[in-house]
Design a protein around this ligand. Sequence first.
Ligand SMILES: [Zn+2]
Length: 276
Amino acid sequence: MKLGVVLRAERLIRGEGIQRTRLVTPYGPVDRIFSGDVHGTETHFLYGRFPGQRTPSWEIPYEANQSAFDALGVDHIIGTFVVGGVDKEVRGGDLIIPHDLVSLAGPRASLPPLSGRFSNAHVIPSFCPVLRRLLIRGAEEAGIRVHQSGVYFSFYGFARIETLAELELMERLGARLVGQTMDPEFTLARQRHRHYAAIAVAIDSYHDMKNETETDPEVFRARSRQAIADGRRQFEEIIEAGLATRGADGPEDCACAQVAKGRHRDMFASFPEDLL
Ligand SMILES: [Zn+2]
């Protein structure tokens, strides 16, 4: 496993033997990668999706980030996310390890196929069971409470958060969390046959927001900042504990690896080309 982790891992990147890597990809420079060994696993921390200044989600250099992972030979990715809680179980500050995602619309972002022929990515299962086990076990080892499942709803392409009607719709559709940044990262990674899993921290909750119209925005902002800081620290603890006990996982064969090699890998991709 060569692991890529999208996280501002303030503590782990200061570990012994971790080196900063600067890459120039066909899509631009990616100069905030920190690489080294974490408990026996070659790990590359991408220090945030944004190259410095915060930008709208559609300006995140997703292709450059994945192209950098290409150059590093990364085959497994853990994405970390700041999200909103949608269902009643999730409160501000909660951590969630989603088991699936919904992306009903998204950006036009793609990478040229490595094999010369385009095919749609296979995404069943969407998230890697081995990486999910690593995260769940890491949370248990670190004594950090997480929601071990949930559907992430991608809300993408608007410079605003969701309306109450949109949140209500997402809840009715069974989503547990909502965010703006998982896709196209997920899709591009799966086009490269990478194993992918995610962990998220909720900075707020739809159900709390509904009852807090009087709350001072400064109070809300301070609480969100604290949730993000706490979440990032906990992500580091969970990932480190998961990697430290990786031997407990057993064989790393998983369904997502089989999909990439399986007999039917081109089945879905070939239909549109051959029939339309
Ligand atoms: Zn997998």
